[in-house]
Design a protein around this ligand. Structure first.
Ligand code: NAD
Length: 353
C-alpha cells in the first residue's frame, strides 16, 4: 500500500456492560436539555427506560421507526421536533431506528446520541437512507453521523439468536469488503481484520447462549470496528447486490447479507489475495476456504444459506442481475452480466462455495 488518505471522523464511543446508565451524562455533554427518544414499538420498554434515565431532559418518546425509513414518518417526527423545541435526538434500537434519527437530522441538523441494539452498524456512519413511493434514496452527510454512541452489550441479550447471527454476519460483511476497498488504509485494514476475528469467534457462542455477556461484548466490539470501516472506506459488489435484493425484491436486510457474503467473497477471492490472507488469519482457516468458512458460520448455527430460503424466486435472477449492473462502482474483480447472473444462481441454490 503506497498511496492512501487517512481522514477519520471519529465519534465518542462509550463501551461496556451497564453503560446505558450513563445516557443522561452523555446527553449533558452534547448540551441536550430537550431530548426526543426515537425507537420502535417492539422496543417500547427499553425506550421508556432510557426516557426515565434522562429524567426531565426527555420531552417525548417516538416509537414510529420502521424498516427503510419511510419519508412520511420522518416528516411527522420533524414536526414533533419543531413543536417541542427538541435539541437532541436519542436513537435507541437497530438500523431502522438510527435511520429515522438520521432522517430527522437531515432536515433539522440536530445532533444524535445513538444507543444501538443490533450489530448493523448505522451508528458509526454518515450514510443515510429514506424511502419515498417504494424507492430508497441514500447519501452521505457528515451531520447525520451520531456524535456519541453508547455500546452496552446488555442491550443485546434480548436480540433473538437467529437475528443475532444474521445481524452479526451483516456486520462482518462491512469488514470483508473493507479488506479489499479501493481506498483502504493501514488503520482500516487492522480494524477490519480484527472485526472479522471478533465476530467469527463470538457469534457461535452468542447463538448457543444469547445471554452470555462475554460473547455479546466480543461481538459488539467486532460490530463497532466493522461499522467504523464501513464509514471510512468504500464498499463493493457484495453491498450492491444486497441493496438490490433488499430494495427491489423486499428481502430482509441482515439475512440477505448472510446469504450473499460467501458468494461475493468467493467471486472476489482471485483478485484480492491480501484480503483473503487477512480473512484466513481472522477466521483461522485455509486461505482457499475463506468463503466456505464464512458460510459455515451461518450453516452450522441454523442461519440461511440460500436466496431460495429467503423466498426469492429463481425467475427473478435475470432482473436482479440487470439491476445490479446499473451505476458502475468499484470491485476488485471486473465482472460481466454473466458473472453476476452465475453468482446469484449459486446464491439461490446455496451450495457451499
Ligand atoms: P432493524 O433496526 O429493522 O431491527 C429489526 C427488529 O429487531 C426491529 O423490530 C427492532 O425493534 C428489533 N430489535 C432491535 N434490537 C433488538 C434487541 N436488542 N432486542 C430485541 N429486538 C430488537 O434491523 P437492523 O438489522 O438493525 O437494521 C437494518 C436497517 O439498517 C436496514 O434498513 C439497513 O439499510 C440499515 N443500515 C444502515 C446503515 C448505515 O450506515 N446507514 C448500516 C447498516 C444498516
Amino acid at each position: 500500500m503506497n498511496h492512501f488518505t487517512y481522514n477519520p471522523q471519529p465519534a465518542r464511543v462509550v463501551f461496556g456492560a451497564g453503560r446505558v446508565g450513563e445516557t443522561a451524562a452523555e446527553a449533558d455533554r452534547l448540551g441536550g436539555r430537550r431530548c426526543l427518544v426515537v425507537s420502535t414499538s417492539s422496543q417500547k420498554s427499553l425506550a421508556r427506560k432510557i426516557g426515565r434515565l434522562l429524567g426531565n431532559r426527555c420531552v417525548e418518546i417516538d416509537l414510529s421507526a420502521r424498516p427503510h425509513v419511510p419519508a412520511e414518518i420522518v416528516t411527522t417526527a420533524v414536526e414533533t421536533v419543531r413543536n417541542q423545541k427538541i435539541d437532541l435526538l436519542i436513537a435507541v434500537g437497530g438500523g431502522s431506528t438510527i435511520g429515522l434519527a438520521k432522517g430527522i437530522t437531515l432536515e433539522t441538523g440536530l445532533p444524535i446520541l445513538a444507543v444501538p441494539t443490533t450489530y448493523a452498524g448505522s451508528e458509526m456512519t454518515a450514510i443515510w437512507g429514506i424511502s419515498r413511493d417504494g424507492r430508497k434514496t441514500t447519501g452521505r452527510e457528515p451531520a447525520v453521523k451520531p456524535k456519541t454512541v453508547i455500546y452496552d452489550p446488555e442491550l443485546l441479550v434480548s436480540l433473538p439468536a437467529a437475528l443475532s447471527l444474521t445481524s452479526g454476519i451483516n456486520a462482518m460483511a462491512h469488514a470483508v469488503e473493507a479488506l479489499y476497498a479501493e481506498n483502504a488504509d493501514p488503520i482500516s485494514l487492522l480494524m477490519a481484520e480484527e472485526g472479522v476475528r471478533a465476530l467469527a469467534a463470538g457469534l457461535p457462542q452468542v447463538v448457543q447462549k444469547p445471554a452470555d455477556l462475554d460473547a455479546r461484548t466480543l461481538t459488539f466490539c467486532g460490530a463497532w470496528l466493522s461499522a467504523a470501516v464501513l464509514d471510512q472506506v468504500g464498499m463493493a459488489l457484495h453491498h450492491k447486490l444486497c441493496h438490490t435484493l433488499g430494495g427491489s425484491f423486499g428481502l430482509p436486510h441482515a439475512a440477505t447479507h448472510t446469504v450473499v457474503l460467501p458468494y461475493a467473497t468467493a467471486f472476489n477471492a482471485s483478485h484480492a489475495p491480501n484480503a483473503m490472507a487477512a480473512l484466513a488469519r481472522a477466521l483461522d482457516c485455509p486461505v482457499d476456504d475463506v468463503a466456505g468458512t464464512i458460510q459455515d458460520i451461518a450453516r452450522l448455527h441454523g442461519g440461511p444459506v440460500s436466496l431460495a430460503e429467503l423466498g426469492f424466486s429463481e425467475s427473478e435472477i435475470d432482473r436482479a442481475a440487470d439491476l445490479a449492473l446499473q451505476n458502475r462502482y468499484f470491485n476488485p474483480r471486473p465482472f460481466t452480466r454473466g458473472d453476476i447472473r452465475a453468482l446469484l444462481q449459486r446464491a439461490f441454490e446455496g451450495v457451499r462455495p
